[in-house]
Each structure stands twice: as C-alpha cells, then as structure tokens.
Design a protein around this ligand. Structure first.
Ligand SMILES: NC(=O)c1ccc[n+]([C@@H]2O[C@H](COP(=O)([O-])OP(=O)(O)OC[C@H]3O[C@@H](n4cnc5c(N)ncnc54)[C@H](O)[C@@H]3O)[C@@H](O)[C@H]2O)c1
Length: 438
C-alpha cells in the first residue's frame, strides 16, 4: 500500500518508519527543508532510541523516502496521514489547527485518485468535520474519506509503542475507509492489537480523554506526595500500596515535579476549551491543570528552601532537562519553570542533559550548560535531579558530594534512596519521602 505522511516530526517520522517496516511504501513530507535534507543524509532530526537504524533499514529497502514536495507524496497514495503539530493557540489555550487545515487544503489540491485522509495529529472534536469540509471545497467530487486515527505513542519508547500498541483507534463509519485502515494496520491486527472502530468524533475525544486521565493520575499522586511530606508518609509505599490494586494499576503513579512535554499540557488545555464551548465543563481536569502549573514553580521554591531559604549567590546544578528520559524534547519541560524560579531568586544555574542541551540552550539562555553531571556539580551548592535518565541513576554520589561547595541534593524523581544519598554525605530532599536524618 502507498502511504503519504504529512509532517515528519516525532509522530510523523516514527509512524512513517514503522509503516514502511510493515512493508508499505511510504513518503514522509515536511515543510522544513533542513529536516528533510538531514533525513536524506541519514541524520535524525530528533532523538528517539532505535529510530536511526529503523529509518536506515527502510530507506535502504526503497520503501521509505522523504520530500518537501507534498504533491509528490500524495500522488497515488491510498492513505494520507496528517501528522502536523497542534500546539496551544497563543492567548486562549485552544488547539491551533492552522497547520492541520492548511495540510488538508494542500492535500486536497494534490489528490490524483481515491484516498483516505487520516488525521493522526491530536485534534479537538469536530476537526475531522472541518477537514472534510476543506477537502470537499478544494477538491469537489474527489473520492476521499476523512478518518480519525489518534496516536498514543510515548516519546522515548515510540517505536515499541507504535509496533505493539495497547489499541488502535479508528474513527470512521464508512466501510471503504475501514477496509483501507485494516490494510494499513494489518501486521498489528494479525498480532492481535485491538482495533477499535468508532465514530470520528468519538475517536477524537478518546485521545483527549486518555491524556487527561493520565495527567490526572500523575497530579493525584503528586498531591498525595505533598500530603506525605506534611504528615510523615512515604509516597513510594503509597503508590505501591494502591498501584497493586488491579482497578488502579501501578503506572503513572510516580510522584515528581509535575507533568510537561509536548502533549499533556496542551491537550488538557484544549480539552477544557472544548468542554467549555460545549457547556459541559470538566472540573476535575480544570483542577489538574491548575495544580500542575503551580507545582512546577513550587519545585523551584523547594530547591530554595533546601538551600536554607535564600538562593542569592548560590550555584544550583540541574541534572536532566528534557521533560522525560530518552527524548530531547524540551516542550513544557518542568526544568524551564524551575530555572525561572531559581534565576528570579538570584541563583546561578547550571544544567546537564544527555540529549536535550541543544534544544535547551535557546530556552534557558542564562543557564551554563555543562559537559556532564560532575562538571555541572563542581563547586555547586545544590544538585537537583529533574529527569530520571538512566545515565543519572548510577552517579558516584561520594564523588559528587565531594566536589560540591555544599552537598545538597534535591531529588525530584526519587531516584536515590535517602539513606544512600545521606551516607554519601548529602543533605537529601526528595518528593513525598522522609529523609532519614530528619
Ligand atoms: N510527540 C508525541 O509524543 C505525540 C504523541 C501522540 C500524538 N502527538 C500529536 O501528534 C501531532 C504531531 O506532534 P509532533 O510531536 O510529531 O510534532 P512536531 O512539531 O515534532 O512535528 C510536526 C511537523 O509537521 C511539519 N509541518 C507542519 N505543517 C506542515 C505542512 N503543511 N506540510 C508538511 N509538513 C508540515 C512541521 O515542520 C514539523 O516538522 C500533534 O498533534 C501531537 O499532539 C504527539
């Protein structure tokens, strides 16, 4: 089957590479000529484990190609995926659909035969109707079906998630479009990945409901962590104690500095706007958004408190800057709010991340980015573990404490057991866990 992917970012590139690995012929399009030129040279524009080999293998087999010319990709494609960005619209939090709408228009202008147009971008309920309207207006009489197929992959584990999804959601009630979508996902379908067919609007809503639920779960355990700190409980044990209950489940119960990234912050906001516009407010999600926003900056205050209440003239080393491990994505990373709070309080901030420093540099111009965790901690007053990269899980804590001016550790991911950090000489502050010495 011939597939076109419009938008070669985290989702478009991974989807395109995986579809070609399934045996389909795929052309990925992007407006960003630099991205396409890099891909043509075999250079990945993003960091995603295993992606470079997957792309190289499928380019070599002739099943995967890249272009800036949308018409070239759309020509003869039976399924055309829209995987462009849907960031928050400035000012009001609605999803900015301008990229989706212009992609729909460009696709319609380039159609050469019957095609299923599939929205993979995360889009508010009703966007499929608008895409359909644009296509009908631009290409009257063209044989097209507009389908919703939201993507649930996680950055950092994107290939595994794409190839072994918990489910595939397809929003269409049209038999011909269902047939094409079954063909697209046949290898996964054969592997028994549940393929859920539903209405287009329901499919659009499923994606937002999933992200809002996960954001709620994270925020819930974060508030329980605060309560643990107030009453002397241990959130790790609470998470285990509730997570073993099959009705609750253990995932997404890791207390931390608040959710960030390219999806949860913008998707929760966009869902609230949809709910508000339709007179069906989502009070729980409203609270989640407020609590999470406040939490990120509160993490900066937590560091200042660990420094004795005054950060002026102190040096703080942030270890891990990306919003989560195994990605270079800095969008809405908690590190950004923490840096801001620390700089506002007069601290000198240093940073280190295994993959995201290039992306971080323009977003935190005042931060001195260092070559490694020890270089960042040299002479510092506090180290803050912000992202739980594997490379930060086995630091030589004695060595780290030994090179600092003051060995204070603020472990926002509860990577290190308090006794281990304290034995190494640190004054340790975690999330929702008592320090051994206090
Ligand atoms: N990143 C994730 O983990 C993830 C997971 C699930 C769903 N999503 C959703 O998938 C969508 C894409 O997210 P992303 O993180 O891959 O975004 P991204 O910003 O990494 O990539 C989008 C790409 O689309 C390109 N583009 C925009 N308009 C175009 C056009 N008309 N023609 C060709 N290219 C165009 C941009 O240049 C960019 O490279 C969003 O709606 C997002 O919410 C993302």
């Amino acid at each position: 089957m011939r597939i076109a992917i419009i938008g070669t970012g985290y989702v478009g590139l991974v989807s395109g590479a995986c579809f070609s690995d399934f045996g389909h012929d795929v052309i990925c399009v992007d407006k960003d000529a630099g991205k396409i030129a890099a891909l043509e040279k075999g250079v990945m524009p993003i960091f995603e484990p295993g992606l470079d080999q997957l792309v190289a293998r499928n380019v070599a087999s002739g099943r995967l190609a890249f272009t800036t010319e949308l018409a070239r990709a759309v020509d003869g494609a039976e399924a055309i995926f829209i995987a462009v960005g849907t960031p928050s619209r400035r000012g009001d939090g609605h999803a900015d659909l301008s990229y989706v709408h212009s992609a729909a228009q460009e696709i319609a202008g380039a159609l050469t035969g019957p095609a299923v147009i599939v929205t993979k971008s995360t889009v508010p309920v009703g966007t499929g109707d608008e895409v359909e309207r644009i296509v009908r207006e631009t290409a009257p009489g063209a044989a097209t079906w507009v389908v919703s197929n939201p993507e649930f992959l996680r950055e950092g584990a994107a290939i595994e998630d794409f190839k072994h999804p918990d489910r595939i959601v397809v929003g269409t009630e049209d038999d011909a479009a269902m047939e094409v979508m079954r063909e697209v996902y046949r290898p996964l379908y054969l592997n028994k990945a549940p393929l859920i067919f539903t209405s287009r609007r329901t499919a659009e809503l499923i994606k937002y409901a999933a992200n809002a639920f996960l954001a709620t779960k994270i925020t819930f355990i974060n508030e329980i962590a605060d309560l643990c700190e107030a009453v002397g409980g241990d959130v790790q044990d609470v998470a285990r104690g509730i997570g073993l209950d099959g009705r609750i489940g253990a995932k997404f119960l890791h207390a931390g500095p608040g959710y960030g990234g390219s999806c949860f912050p913008k998707d929760t906001l966009a869902l609230l706007k949809t709910a508000e516009d339709n007179g069906a407010p989502l009070r729980i999600v409203e609270a989640v958004v407020k609590v999470n926003d406040a939490r990120k900056r509160a993490m900066g205050r937590k560091v200042i408190q660990a420094l004795g209440g005054d950060a002026r003239g102190k040096t703080v080393a942030l270890l891990g800057l990306a919003f989560k491990p195994n990605t270079d994505d800095m969008r809405d990373a908690p590190s950004l709010a923490i840096v801001q709070a620390l700089e506002d309080a007069g601290a000198e901030v240093r940073g280190y991340d295994p993959e995201s420093m290039e992306q971080a540099r323009p977003l935190m111009p005042g931060v001195a980015l260092c070559d490694g965790p020890y270089a960042a901690a040299q002479g510092a007053d506090a180290v803050v573990l912000v992202t739980e990269w594997d490379a930060l899980r086995a630091l030589d804590l004695k060595r780290l404490a030994g090179i600092m001016r003051q060995p204070i550790m603020v472990d926002l991911r509860n990577i290190y057991p308090p006794e281990e950090a304290e034995t190494a000489g640190f004054a340790w502050h975690g999330i929702g866990r008592p320090a051994r010495s206090r």
